[in-house]
Design a protein around this ligand. Structure first.
Ligand SMILES: Cc1ncc(COP(=O)(O)O)c(C=O)c1O
Length: 309
């Protein structure tokens, strides 16, 4: 859905709430030219206690950590960004939403070295439904293994959520969609499975759960961590440091994506090969249902994962 069709009117920019249409940057902004920004994508769920941001503290921690390799220096304390976000949601009366904090080198000069460019900080929030579609949550998505590889973590820090990294995600995702698939799976430089363009990947085999380890050029996903925690609590053995070869995708019993945007989305086909029975598998369904019960606060555990507006 286009922003123009949404009932949103405010953005927090460098310490101030500004009208949506006034949240502009100069065309010579450093981050626009060189991808020198870092960001987060966070969901806030509708609950009986009002809107609740899921794992805000962890997202904030990752945002500050993502700044480190690039020397981006956020002049605001985490508490100030939290306050701003809560007020932003409140001001716009959002029952549930997606939150997008972004930190980037702003306008001053355009050498590749950011020099005296300021570190600009912006937070937006808007309503956002299921990332890969409602139907995908139930029936799963068809994906292709992209011909593009992920950057190696020796080329760019893949554990930082850097704006510039996402041209790789865009190439992979658009290649998949041009070929009639919903999403891509991206291999790492070694040719093993890394993740989706905006999702981590899980594989189920013989009742055990596997997900590529952090050294496989993946983002250290917060939903990944959530699913590992929940699955272990549910009694599953989780191998969270796996190396998964391309061929193992085809022979998996089940595959699913995780992400703040994608939540828990089953994968029903890879390169036109059916995974398991070609629909949402039983382990995926169990984990997905546990996940949605949790984030919608139909259960009262892990309350420390929620920041209520
Ligand atoms: C490349 C990539 N991998 C994985 C994820 C999942 O991370 P998280 O669960 O923290 O949203 C995302 C989404 O942010 C992503 O962009």
């Amino acid at each position: 859905m286009s922003f123009d069709e949404m009932d949103v009117d405010t953005i927090w920019m460098n310490g101030e709430f500004v009208d949506w249409e006034d949240a502009q940057v100069h065309v010579l902004t450093h981050g626009l030219h060189y991808g020198s920004g870092v960001f987060e994508g966070v969901r806030c769920y509708e609950t009986e206690e009002g809107p609740a941001i899921f794992r805000w503290e962890e997202h904030l921690e990752r945002l500050y950590n993502s700044c480190k390799p690039y020397d981006l220096d956020i002049e605001y304390e985490p508490e100030e960004l939290t306050e701003a976000t809560l007020e932003l949601i409140d001001r716009q009366d959002l029952a549930s939403c997606y939150i997008r904090p972004i930190v980037y080198y702003g306008y001053d000069s355009l050498g590749v070295s950011p020099g005296d460019c300021p570190t600009d900080v912006t937070i937006a929030a808007w309503p956002w439904g299921a990332y890969l579609g409602e139907e995908a949550l139930e029936n799963g998505v068809e994906v292709m293994v992209s011909s593009w590889r992920k950057h190696a973590s020796s080329q760019i820090p893949t554990n930082a959520k850097t704006t510039g990294l996402y041209v790789n995600s865009m190439l992979a995702g658009e290649e998949a969609r041009r070929n009639g698939y919903v999403e891509a799976i991206v291999l790492n430089k070694e040719g093993n499975v890394a993740e989706g363009p905006g999702e981590n990947l899980f594989l189920v085999r013989d009742g055990e759960i596997h997900t590529p380890g952090l050294s496989e050029s993946i983002l250290d996903g917060i939903t990944r961590d959530t699913v590992i925690t929940l699955a272990e609590e549910m009694g599953y053995t989780v191998h969270d440091d796996a190396t998964i070869s391309r061929g193992e995708l085809n022979t998996a019993d089940e595959l699913f994506f995780t992400g703040s945007a994608a939540e828990v989305t089953p994968i029903r086909q890879v390169d036109n090969v059916e995974i398991g029975d070609g629909g949402r598998g039983p382990v995926t369904e169990e984990i997905q249902s546990r996940f949605f019960d949790l984030v919608n606060r139909r259960t009262d555990d892990h309350d420390d994962w929620f920041t209520y507006v």
